[in-house]
Every structure is written in structure tokens, then in C-alpha cells.
Design a protein around this ligand. Structure first.
Ligand code: PAF
Length: 288
């Protein structure tokens, strides 16, 4: 099927209603555009699991604070359409702000308490309510059987999972592994803001996470000790200013007394203009 680019909610709904009434299952990949291989991997996963794939490109004002990069968030619809088509997308929904939020600010928002307030939420207090609100709206437009999110935004994935569970939204949320550049830097549209020196420094985030994992492999289960190892790595790199390093329970994102079961190591740092985030997972089996 050739890619259809649709700009209205009504037409998107009409196309997907038609698909569903033919018994087809819809996979959905929400994005803010400036697509890279990380997005392509979500689209390919959706194409493999579903009969019809819808992706959206919408730079959602609700999830940007005033001082953030909404106005100059990178955009390239032409290249995005090529990547989406090559990755198996059938319908690319590209609504503008007036289409999504006619009449100005929305009065109805969705917020997922607690899990939204720590880590990213501590520096970006309105961010996850903006994400949860637009994702709810996009789910209502797309009516997907499955929706695909990258693990790079691990807290976002946790927020969406919790929202879907709390509100009984009938969609299966699928988290897909982080796609990395050859030197380990997690792919992100905001990497385009890095100058060459900052770009060379940025993979220290992945190396710090690797050092945290190595500490765990050597038996560390104290989150404070694991965080100390990661922090030490970041401090070696003057162009990278650490915001937080954390060793948390993968479901609640809380720091436990001892690391056990499914855990996540997470890092956020300012590298010049962009704030970069990265994370890795591990399973720690308790020793008896
Ligand atoms: O991860 C993103 O690109 C955005 O937060 C999302 C999920 C498309 C909502 O605007």
C-alpha cells in the first residue's frame, strides 16, 4: 500500500474505521517527526504485527515548557514521508495545531500522578501531562490495537503504560529497544542540535550506563553505589553536565533500598543546547 498523508482527524478516522470494519488490525506509532532509525524500528515492528500502520507527526505544544524548543523543533516532512513509507507505514497523520487543539488551549488534560513527577518530571513538571493528553487524543483518533513507543524515553513509556492500565484504554503498549549510533549514542531528533565537539562527548552517557551495568554484574545491589559509578564517568566529561543518574525499579521508577528483579539505570544530562537522556535495563536475580 502506498503511503497516504492525511492532515485531518476526520479523514484519518474514516480511513481507519474502514480498515477496522474490514477486520484489519491497526498498529500506531506516534512521533514528533524528524524521523530517524529509532522511529523506523518502531514502524517496522508495527508493520510486522498489524495489518495497517498509522504513524502520526505532531509537534505537541502541550508537552513543551515556555523556555523549551517548540518553535525550532527540527522538522523535515519530505524526508519523514520517505522513511515512513520505507518502514511500512500506510497512513501518516500530520495534523496542525489548529486541527488538534481548535480554539486554543485544551481544558481537559490527562495527568498520571507520581510516576510523572520524578526524574524527567522534576525538571519538566508539565511535560508528561502534555504527553499523556496528546497520546490519549491520538489513541482516540487512531483506535489502534497496538501502539509502539521507544524505550529511550523510558519514563514516557512507563507513564503511558500506567495511563492505559488506569483508564482501561483498549490498546496494547509495546516498548521497543533503543536504537544507537555506532559509538553508542542513543538516536534522538535532538542530537541534531549537537556541535561536533558535543557530539563526540555525548556517548559518555552510554559508557556511564555500561559502567553501572558492570558494577551490577560484579554484584553491586546498592543503588547509591551504582549511581556513584555512573556519576563518576559523567564527571570526567567537561562538556556534559549531569542532571541525574538513577538506578530504579523498572515498573515504578522508584529507587529501591536494594536493586532486585527488573531494574533500569537512567541518565539525563545537558550537552550544550540539548538535554539528552538514555537508559539500560538489567534483571537482578536475588541470591538466596
Ligand atoms: O516521544 C515522542 O515523540 C512524543 O512524546 C509523543 C509520544 C509522540 C507524544 O507527543
Amino acid at each position: 500500500m502506498a503511503l497516504d498523508i492525511i492532515t485531518t482527524i476526520d479523514e484519518t478516522r474514516r480511513r481507519l474505521d474502514e480498515a477496522r470494519s474490514d477486520g484489519l488490525r491497526v498498529g500506531f506509532v506516534p512521533t514528533m517527526g524528524f524521523l530517524h532509525d529509532g522511529h523506523a524500528s518502531l514502524m517496522r515492528a508495527a508493520a510486522g504485527d498489524n495489518d495497517v500502520v498509522m504513524a502520526s507527526i505532531f509537534v505537541n505544544p502541550l508537552q513543551f515548557a515556555e523556555e523549551e524548543d517548540l518553535d525550532d523543533y527540527p522538522r523535515d516532512l519530505e524526508a519523514d514521508a520517505v522513511l515512513a513509507e520505507e518502514s511500512g507505514v500506510d497512513i501518516l497523520c500530520v495534523p496542525d495545531v489548529e486541527e488538534m487543539y481548535p480554539g486554543g488551549p485544551v481544558l481537559t488534560t490527562v495527568s498520571v500522578e507520581e510516576i510523572s513527577s520524578r526524574w524527567e518530571g522534576a525538571t519538566r513538571p508539565t511535560h508528561f501531562a502534555g504527553v499523556a493528553t496528546v497520546v490519549t487524543k491520538l489513541f482516540n483518533i487512531a483506535g489502534p490495537s497496538r501502539a509502539y513507543f521507544g524505550e529511550k524515553d523510558f519514563q514516557q513509556l512507563a507513564v503511558i503504560r500506567r495511563m492505559v492500565a488506569d483508564l482501561s484504554i483498549p490498546v496494547e503498549v509495546i516498548g521497543c529497544p533503543i536504537v544507537r549510533e555506532q559509538d553508542g549514542l542513543a538516536m534522538s531528533s535532538r542530537n541534531s542540535y549537537l556541535d561536533p565537539e558535543q557530539r563526540a562527548a555525548a556517548p559518555v552517557l552510554r559508557r556511564a550506563l555500561g559502567a553501572g551495568l558492570a558494577a551490577i554484574d560484579h554484584g553491586a545491589t546498592d543503588p547509591v553505589a551504582v549511581v556513584r559509578v555512573m556519576t563518576g564517568f559523567i564527571k570526567e566529561e567537561p562538556l556534559v553536565e549531569l542532571d541525574y543518574a538513577a538506578a530504579v525499579d523498572a515498573a515504578t521508577l522508584e529507587t529501591p533500598d536494594q536493586l532486585t528483579g527488573e531494574i533500569r539505570l537512567m541518565i539525563a544530562a545537558q550537552v550544550g543546547r540539548p538535554r539528552l537522556i538514555d537508559n539500560v535495563g538489567a534483571t537482578i536475580t536475588p541470591t538466596s
